[in-house]
Design a protein. Sequence first.
Length: 373
Amino acid sequence: MTQTAPVPTQAVSAGPEPARPAEPAVLRVREAVPADWPEVVRVSEAAFAAGPYGHLQVGEERRRFVRDVEGRAAAGAVLVAERGSPGDRGGAEIVGTLSIARAGTGPSRLATGDEAEVRLLAVSPTAQRLGIAKRLMQAASETALGWGASALVLDTGGKNLAAQALYEGLGYRRTNGADDASDTEAVADASRIPHIDYRLPLQLAPGVVVRLVRPNEIDAVSALSLRAYELEYTISGHYRDDIVSVAERAEANQVWVAVDALSGELLGSVVTPKPGEHLTTLPESDEELDFRLLAVDPGARGRGVGAILTKLVIELARRRGLRRVVMNSGPQMVRAHRLYERLGFSILESRVRTVDPGDGRPPFQLLAFTIDV
């Protein structure tokens, strides 16, 4: 039996490939601000008009949904991809967009519980075949993971083959049968297009939820991190101050936490940079992701929390399209070294350096670890 649904929520055209820009363009994905909303509407309408269902009738309700960027932002987030040539002072051009809705909000149709849903993926007809849809989807998964979502769900029309290939290439799996996705030329109403539903799990291990730290958890993460480091290491006053400066790091970077899925108890934490940035001077290219201050509460040891948080960093690098993960570690942190080696890290000999702490202690070798992703 054929299932029907509202008009597909993604518009990735499979049409002829337009000419590429004459010089390499810088592409950046970020959250939309109110000043972007008219461009979000323009790109969305142009993309859907050029897609495989552009010939169908679209009702007023659908038009209102596409134009209600403010409402979609309030239900979760609206992302935009903007493109500009290096040195271009004329401003970047918005060439793609998507919305992410939390379950139970107006824009969400499929998401339940702690899932999140992708709606209205759209790439400008003049910017197809440049990897923009993939970048937006990767950013969407990181955004939803930051909320603590268990999965991302979405749907697309049976004729939208380019979108289907994109989702399946990113690891999404169909949640309805192929027969349910049958599509015919006889369909003339955009509200009755047969659809395919997809789901991408986000969490890395059962029983533990990974997400970004919340403002009311800052002090608790500071205390947890200090307990973890003081249990095994002798730390200087300067390093202690660094460890507990969680509020500053959460503002400038990303502070991830692992929490018990049932009790909500904080189990551990790790710090990564925001997309396109670095935490330290260790990375030597924009294709490397560094991380710092992996900490597991002493009471949570034995649950694999350190491995979950380290795998999170590796997964972030993959989703950002980066080549490797790198990090520094002091020579005394032997337990952490064993964890990294079990996960496939190796010592990056060329970046091991000697550090003079300058506080009366002798110089020591600061190790560097790496893993290709």
